[in-house]
Design a protein around this ligand. Structure first.
Ligand code: ATP
Length: 235
């Protein structure tokens, strides 16, 4: 579905991505793990068009999307949940969800999708008239994922959904990510520092170090890999 080839992205003179190759197949959960500053967020920003790459190629189902602007990328079904959540704090939960569906006009299906996200996250249903900014961190992450689902993603790009959340909430959110993948057949590209959890729900993983992919394998193999265990799993 999503193919990244020899991608290079810069911030001025600083080269953040040094020729990376990643492939995400239809229906998979693929995770990109790595330390702080490795280039994980930049990879997502390059895909979603926020930081255009300098060279290399990104294709979605064979269509070249390299360098396209975010307003062209979003309607193609590539929907990003940014790090730090970025929900609309002054809008209610329901209004935030409406914003996620702003490109759609299939009202009956939008209604069904709202019911679906309320089933996934019942707490959001209870808080539907509450302003986003008054929610807890975990609830805001749930809302950010739900808002992205309202856009009917073909591929969901998640940037560190575990960031700053209590372990029990993180586990809940990861269970739901898996559920969305299984039930909705939504393809997921998950960027995470919490390698342990990410490798447990994903099919395939990539390890990134200072702008390069240093390992790519099934999660089963990565979890057994000595280097991964030492560097990312604290074993
Ligand atoms: P984190 O987990 O902290 O988000 P990351 O793996 O997502 O880390 P990136 O945020 O992609 O890493 O950063 C990759 C490199 O690019 C780092 O060296 C970082 O300092 C640099 N960088 C990121 N954003 C900018 C920017 N706006 N301007 C200049 N350099 C940047």
């Amino acid at each position: 579905m999503l193919k990244i080839e020899k991608l290079e992205t810069y911030y001025g003179n600083i080269q953040a991505l040094k020729g990376i190759d990643i492939e995400v197949l239809d229906g998979e959960i693929v995770t990109l793990i790595g330390a702080n500053g490795a280039g994980k967020t930049t990879t997502l920003m390059s895909i979603s068009g926020v930081v255009p790459p300098r060279s290399g190629k990104i294709t979605l189902n064979g269509v070249n999307i390299t360098g396209k602007a975010p307003d062209e990328i979003v309607p193609m079904g590539i929907i990003q949940v940014p790090e730090g959540r970025r929900i609309f704090p002054d809008l209610t939960v329901a209004e935030n969800l409406d914003m996620g569906a702003f490109l759609r006009n299939d009202d009956a299906e939008i209604k069904r999708d709202i019911e679906y996200v309320f089933e996934l996250f019942p707490i959001l249903s209870q808080r539907r008239n509450q302003r986003g900014g008054t929610l807890s961190g975990g609830e805001q992450q749930m809302l950010a994922i739900s808002r992205a689902l309202m856009a009917k993603p073909r591929i969901l790009l998640l940037d560190e959904p575990s960031l700053g959340l209590a372990p029990i909430i993180v586990q809940q959110i990861f269970d739901i990510i898996k559920k969305i993948n299984v039930e909705q057949k939504t393809t997921v590209f998950l960027v995470e520092q919490n390698a342990n959890l990410a490798l447990k729900i994903a099919n395939k993983g990539y390890v990134m170090e200072t702008g390069r992919i240093t390992m790519a394998d099934t999660c089963e193999n990565l979890l057994k890999n000595d280097e991964v265990q030492k560097a990312y799993l604290g074993m």
